[in-house]
Design a protein around this ligand. Structure first.
Ligand code: KIV
Ligand code: ZN
Length: 527
């Protein structure tokens, strides 16, 4: 048995199915690039039949990265689905078509209304069809963990005989437990006569919080591909988290004895990127990539760490690219010092980007006594997060306090309008900048309402969070909002030393997204 575990990332497909996590094609390309650099073996880029947006995204990822990783497209057991997936992956070096069909009694009876032998027949026919387009075909008996073992063996055996090179055993509803799942994989290894002709894969959802534990149990039983997502994104409670699986296999190499190709110092960077693009915040105490993952608070622990790091640390922070709150640079630090710190933090910026980050740093250092690594990272992420937004915040003023009605006056610039050649005499507006005022339940609400009045749309605020980027009273605030506009969710994130400004910028970012590019319709696909 190989001692290499294939890492199959499905952040762009199953991860995108998390409510509010739809990504645009440019955003998917950014994530795909980070995944390639991270060293994942297979990227499931989407479900091409789901929508034209999904098709385009899979095609774009395939065209750009199809020679650096295997790019996979999902398809139901339907001719149209498979042809569409094949079309999206056409011409690339390493395409994979992933065909799935539910096998559990519940799905057979209530969803598919198909008998066991009809399922086998459909699986075989569609694996063969996929095989006519590419050699690398994966088959998933959906809800495998709740499927009768004898029937599961039959479907898997027939799918392999039809040409499947990977057989994925999904725990679609997160029902399995580690020992149970270990037994399922072991049973397949013992009872499927041709099992050695395919790689066994795991795909575990986290409904009982066991996704990672189940995936590891499957590896122990002989699975050699793990399907997972960055930050554990995915349907409902999510999928098994890539960073946790990879670090468990690495840290407990003594026990599992297997390797992955993952460049682990990039883990925290990719986690931040995905969080910033999807708006899905990472909980502070999240394993591996959470802000507290390497923070030691108790005196006894700190003392132990100072004497010998391994007393309380099983992994080195640098092995996952963790960035703590080291005091870094001051206002007088030069461009060279910033450049080397940015590189040490794992970023590669061009000269223009570096200059912007440097300017932001100087502006920040003017307002804030201590600048930490986390501040630098937030500045870089903020710059990378800049898109061609139509509306820009020029200035705002608020009046708020006990006994007053929170009021905001806002000026926005419409970047889609050419600057005026002569001044416009209309009160309160020129051809490119627009002003308005509004009252609200609080200052943030008033600013958001004033911006909506200018832009002419009304969105529903679904989620709003503010957190301090680093420590200290003068810490930068990072605001994160999620809005619903015309039935779709959009998110925005921004930083500032002024939390009302951060909130206004985050809200404006979300409004700009709502007005601009429409994300793919992945959430409507019903997988
Ligand atoms: O959870 C699941 O069963 C899936 C399949 C499409 C593999 O996502
Ligand atoms: Zn899934």
């Amino acid at each position: 048995m190989s001692d290499n575990v294939i890492i199959f990332d499905t952040t762009l497909r199953d991860g995108e199915q998390s409510p509010g996590c739809s990504m645009t094609t440019p955003e998917k390309l950014k994530v795909a690039e980070a995944l390639v650099e991270l060293g994942v073996d297979v990227i499931e880029a989407g479900f091409p039949i789901a929508s034209p947006g999904d098709f385009e995204a899979v095609r774009a990822v395939a065209q750009k990265f199809g020679d650096r990783a295997t790019i996979c497209g999902l398809a139901r057991c339907r001719r149209d689905d498979i042809e569409r997936a094949a079309e999206a992956l056409k011409g690339i070096a390493k395409p994979r078509i992933h065909v799935f069909l539910a096998t559990s009694p519940i799905h057979r009876q209530f969803k598919l209304k198909m008998a066991q032998q009809e399922i086998v027949k459909a699986a075989v026919e569609h694996v063969k069809l996929a095989k006519s387009f590419c050699d690398d075909v994966e088959f998933s008996p959906e809800d495998a963990a709740r499927t009768e073992l004898d029937f599961l063996c039959e479907v898997v055996e027939q799918a392999i005989a039809a040409g499947a090179t990977t057989v994925n055993i999904p725990d679609t509803v997160g029902y399995a437990t580690p020992t149970h799942y270990f037994k399922v994989i072991s049973h397949l290894k013992q009872h499927v006569s041709n099992i050695n002709r395919a790689i066994i894969s795991t795909h575990c959802h986290d409904d009982l919080g066991l996704g990672v534990a189940n995936s590891l149990a499957a590896v122990e039983a002989g699975a050699r591909q793990v399907e997972c997502t960055i930050n554990g994104l995915g349907e409902r409670a999510g999928n098994a988290a890539l960073e946790e699986i990879v670090m468990a296999l690495k840290t407990r190499h003594d026990y599992y004895g297997v390797e992955t190709r993952i460049n682990t110092p990039k883990l925290c960077g990719v986690s931040r990127l995905v969080s910033s693009i999807t708006g899905m915040l990472v909980q502070r105490n999240k394993a591996i990539v959470g802000q507290n993952a390497f923070a030691h608070e108790a005196g006894i622990h700190q003392d132990g760490i100072l004497k010998e790091r391994t007393t309380y640390e099983i992994m080195r922070a640098e092995d996952v690219g963790y960035i703590g709150t080291n005091l870094v640079l001051g206002k007088h630090s030069g461009r060279h010092a910033i450049r080397s710190r940015v590189i040490e933090l794992g970023y590669q910026l061009g000269d223009a980007q570096l200059q912007q980050v440097y300017d932001d740093f100087i502006a920040l250092a003017d307002k804030k006594k201590n600048v930490y690594d986390a501040d630098i990272v937030a500045l870089i992420d903020n710059r990378m997060n800049v898109s061609a937004d139509r509306w820009k915040l020029v200035r705002f003023h608020i009046a708020a306090g006990t006994g007053t009605i929170p009021t905001a006056t806002v000026e926005l610039r419409d970047e889609s309008v050419a600057p005026p050649t002569t001044s416009d005499t209309t009160i309160g507006r020129s051809s490119v900048t627009f002003r308005d005022a509004a009252i609200g339940d609080g200052p943030v609400d008033a600013v958001c309402k004033a911006m909506e009045r200018i832009i002419g749309i009304t969105a529903e605020l679904k989620d709003y969070q503010v957190r301090a980027v680093s420590g200290g009273e003068d810490a930068q605030g990072e605001a994160s909002v999620e809005i619903i506009y015309l039935g779709r969710r959009y998110h925005g994130k921004a930083i500032s030393t002024d939390v009302i400004e951060a909130s206004a910028l985050a809200y404006l970012k979300a409004l700009n997204k709502a007005l601009g590019e429409q994300p793919s319709e992945a959430t409507a696909k019903g997988v």
